[in-house]
Design a protein around this ligand. Sequence first.
Ligand code: ADP
Ligand code: MG
Length: 327
Amino acid sequence: MSNIAKAEDVVVSYRTTKGSLRALDGADLAVRAGETLAVVGESGSGKSTLGMSFGRVLPGEAKHEAGRIEVDGTDVFAIDAETLRGLRRDKLGFVFQNPMTALDPTMRVGRQVARAMPGRASDAEITALLKRAELSDPARVMRAYPHELSGGMAQRVVIAIAIARGPQLLIADEPTASLDASIREKVMATLARLRDETGASLLVLSHDLRLMARHAGRVAVMYGGRVVEIGASAEVLQRPAHPYTRALLAAASGSERPGERLEPIPGTPPTLAGRCEACAFAPRCAYAQDRCRAQRPEPREVAGRQVTCHFAEDVLADAPISTEAPR
Ligand SMILES: Nc1ncnc2c1ncn2[C@@H]1O[C@H](COP(=O)(O)OP(=O)(O)O)[C@@H](O)[C@H]1O
Ligand SMILES: [Mg+2]
């Protein structure tokens, strides 16, 4: 299967008042043409930094230290500003967590949508695009200002803008996290439907394992700025090969009953100043041995997926997580 985009051994750090913080520590990820690929992991694992790297939309304090990102064969860190603008406009579409920050509060929705569309869009073309994002009253939405819309409607406007030029890759960073629980599923379904309809790929970054299990064909699990496990959702989420995936699943299944608190994974995620020369998860890992604290695990193929763990076979051999895996 061909890839529409890929990250290879990408290192990105942020300048902070406490020195350099390494957010991506050799991240690898290939997005296949036409797939929905979910990137999951706790807050701080590097999901947003990786997502932004694909469009080189990183903030000024971020520094690309090493590695390659390719979108449709173009090395995004090697091109000039003009080429980069063209690539973002023609090949990529972004949907972020908060639609209100993505929209201009002073401009009617119709005009903002028209500006994202090629050529001079007619009102009929604008409403048709809004309709594709499943806005039920597109003529009214077109005339509205962003603050007159609900969060769900505003996110659908952002989705319409993201698909306006038929991108090859849609990058959605926690697209439903700011929305009411009751509409998360619907907005995610719209994104998945549009991906299907347009033949684009959808890279969706989320900490909602349950939602991703329903919509993504493959899932990549991030920890410490690396992808530690990637494979078919059904396999990775039913029978994890990385201890961190296993811990995440156990934590997620604890929240099944309403009112019950999410079981946290003991310990805290790492903050890296430089390259991690061990397994970043070792301090929190139930499977860790001396080797994990001495030797950085490299990605390898185990049971049909890529996994970055010295003891993946042991993890796979263990009994499934007792509580029900997310549906
Ligand atoms: N603008 C920034 N300045 C400094 N550190 C940042 C910035 N953005 C993210 N980080 C740090 O980089 C790491 C990865 O963050 P991020 O990519 O946002 O992860 P995620 O999306 O998985 O929560 C975290 O340690 C985070 O605190
Ligand atoms: Mg994030």
